[in-house]
Each structure stands twice: as C-alpha cells, then as structure tokens.
Design a protein. Structure first.
Length: 156
C-alpha cells in the first residue's frame, strides 16, 4: 500500500503507526459502545508517577562517636542514623534549620540487671481439726472460769 499525502503532516500507511488502532465496523454494537472503545484506544499510556518527597532516613555503620560527629550530612533536615555495634550505641544526626547546626543524639543500650531471687515464704502448716477443737475448748474454759469464780464470790 503506498503512502498517501496527508495535509496535516502525519504519515499514513503501513510503516506509520497511527495513534489508535481502527476497529472494524460492527453493526451490532451501539454507538455508545463504539465511542467507549474509541476513547479507550485514544487515551495515552499512563506516565509513571515521580516519587513523593517524604522523609528520608540515611543509615550507616560507624566505629565510634568521633566518626559519627565528623560525618557530613545533607542540609535538607533528613535524619541520619549511625550504628556503633562495638560500643552498643546508636547516633542520630540531623541538621537544624533554626540555628544552622547539626544535632547529634546518642542512644546507649543499657542492659537490665538480672532479677534478684525473692525469698520463698515458709510453707504453711495447718493444724489438724482435732487439735484445733481441743485448743478452742480449753480457751473457752479459761474465759468461762473467771466469770464463775466472780459469781461464786459475790454470793457469800
């Protein structure tokens, strides 16, 4: 098929790629369906969205406080984390826009002491019911005895 002249400047022919692929006419399709198919073909492919500018955290390992303090950090206020596994510390360095300095915070791992053993209370021993009843009866006798002696003394 030869190329034909297009007054609008776009090439037309087998080597040209049209913006949309023409669909063959189908009389069974309604006009709305044909328009929907045509619009679907004419939409350009979606462009990938650029990443959003959220908070950025940079992390790297250091050998000590001096190295973390001397490390250069970006001036955009993003957080920089420096791990010092040898000293069990983490350093966080961040540029402060208010006063133009870099703040360096140190976090140390503090190991909790082992819990001390609490002394176990002595096991509770119970009195057999028979012994308890005997003691109860003796206590009652002792309480009742003085009352009887007072009654007897007042009757003379």
């Amino acid at each position: 098929m030869p190329n034909y002249y297009n007054p609008y400047g776009a090439a037309y022919g087998p080597q040209a790629q049209p913006y949309y692929t023409p669909m063959p006419y189908n009389p069974a399709m309604s006009a709305q369906e044909r328009i929907a198919n045509l619009q679907q073909q004419m939409t350009p492919p979606a462009q990938p969205m650029p990443p959003q500018g959220g908070p950025v955290i940079n992390a790297r390992a250091v050998t000590g406080y001096e190295e973390a303090n001397a490390a250069q950090i970006p001036l955009d206020g993003s957080m920089n984390i420096f791990t010092d596994l040898g000293h069990k510390q983490i350093y966080i360095k961040q540029f402060d826009n208010n006063n133009g300095t870099a703040n360096l915070h140190v976090f140390r791992l503090v190991e909790a002491p082992a819990p001390a053993e609490t002394p176990q209370p002595a096991p509770v021993e119970f009195v057999p019911r028979g012994e308890f009843d005997e003691l109860k009866q003796r206590v009652e006798e002792l309480f009742n005895k003085p009352a009887e002696s007072k009654k007897g003394g007042s009757g003379k």
